[in-house]
Design a binder for this molecule. Structure first.
Ligand SMILES: *Cc1c(COP(=O)(O)O)cnc(C)c1O
Length: 398
């Protein structure tokens, strides 16, 4: 019996969080997808195909790397789970392949998805190209400008890009518009959500496909060090890379687990995307979680220098893990992430994604406070190639 690593109930609740807050037709469809998924996830042929693709297409298992230079300087033993080495540059290929295979199995012909930094869009477009599905990707206008190379990549892969021009023109609006489109097309299309968010069964599905990170990491860490890490740290957008690695360690009560939310430019509403630090319980995009809200209860604007993190809600299982105090949720601001971006690049020869840099930045600060030799495992969710132009233009230090 798992004490902390729980599954949602049949209505998709982790404690009071999650659920399916959408109209009845769509709810029926989501419950059907849940059924199909629950059958498929233990199906031998499905898993053989998925395992083959994860290994030979995506490049798994991703290694664990001991950062000896940083360890020497910061006094803790710092390790990275190298999700940045996956095909398409981040952890998102893990669940995109799973979601595409699920869509094929359900005889759908199209995948609809939203994207923030473009990483999820690229991963879905990649999986769609591989499996022969049509692909519509919704992206906020601001993000599309900032992440231009990813827009081009998706086009080359054959995806149709729809630019969201409402509101803040970032991730939240892209999700709004993609959901609206899906409402009209759910008989022939599936929605491939980019994180452990949205109505049930999406948080459960995405978590399942990402939990491979934690499974591999626990085994690899034991093999390399003969112990478990003292700390496991990951950055938090919707929370998929975080839950993926956390799942491997939730039942190990001696392992401290930390999720790092983006503090952006500060604590004021609209200046950050730290939903658990500053949000209130509410409903966003069909599920209940901690949501950053305006005074009138509407979802507020979210901001982070990392496009992939600026979402005003967070996965329901994280909300549950926060409330039962198994996982500690903290914040790191833009500057902490930028410093870590350069630090990891210059000291270890690894250019991290701005999203992942939040986890690295928090870990480096923490390591100065911990006992010498404490072991920290950071989930390096993605690589920084996509951020290079933006960083040099706005935070150039070379
Ligand atoms: C999308 C993205 C994230 C944030 O998403 P989660 O669901 O919170 O993991 C983090 N890192 C990278 C590199 C990403 O592309």
């Amino acid at each position: 019996m798992q004490k902390y690593n729980i599954q949602p109930d049949e209505n998709g609740f982790f404690g009071e969080f999650g659920g399916i807050f959408v109209d009845d037709n769509l709810k029926k469809e989501f419950l059907k997808i849940a059924d199909e998924f629950l059958k498929l996830k233990d199906d031998k042929a499905f898993n053989t195909e998925l395992d083959y693709l994860l290994k030979n297409f995506a490049g798994r298992p991703s290694p664990i790397f001991h950062c000896k230079n940083l360890s020497r300087e910061y006094g803790c033993e710092i390790y990275l789970k190298r999700e940045d080495l996956n095909h398409t540059g981040a952890h998102k290929i893990n669940h995109s392949l799973g979601e595409a295979l699920l869509a094929k199995h359900m005889r759908k012909t199209k995948i609809i998805a939203e994207t923030g930094a473009g990483q999820h869009g690229v991963a879905v477009a990649t999986a769609a190209a591989l499996t022969g599905l049509k692909c519509d990707i919704y992206m906020g206008e601001v993000d599309a400008k900032k992440e231009e190379p990813n827009v081009q990549r998706m086009k080359i892969l054959g995806a149709n890009i729809i630019i969201a021009k409402s509101g803040q023109r970032t991730l939240k609006e892209a999700v709004d518009e993609a959901f609206r489109a899906y409402l009209n097309e759910y008989e022939t299309a599936t929605y491939a959500i980019g994180s452990v968010v949205g109505p049930h069964p999406y948080p459960m599905i995405v978590e399942h496909f990402q939990s491979i990170i934690g499974k591999e990491a626990r085994k690899q860490f034991l093999e390399q060090t003969n112990t478990l890490p003292d700390y496991v740290i990951a950055c938090m957008g919707g929370g998929s890379n975080a839950i993926g690695i956390f799942d491997g360690f939730l039942e190990d009560e001696n392992v401290n687990i930390i999720g790092v939310e983006p503090l952006g430019k500060g604590e004021a509403l609209g200046q950050n995307a730290a939903s658990m630090a500053y949000g209130k319980i509410g409903i966003l995009h069909g599920f209940k979680s901690y949501v950053l809200q305006n005074e009138d209860g509407t979802p507020s604007n979210a901001y982070s220098v990392a496009s992939g993190l600026d979402y005003p809600g967070v996965g329901p299982k994280h909300c549950y893990l926060k409330d039962i105090k198994r996982v500690q949720y903290v914040t790191a601001d833009d500057n902490t992430a930028i410093d870590a971006f350069y630090e990891l690049s210059k000291k270890e020869g690894i250019i991290p994604a701005l999203e992942s840099s939040h986890a690295v930045g928090y870990a480096l600060k923490l390591s100065k406070k911990l006992d010498n030799g404490s072991k920290i495992l950071i989930n390096l969710s993605g690589r920084g190639d996509k951020d290079i132009n933006y960083i040099l233009k706005n935070y150039g230090r070379i």
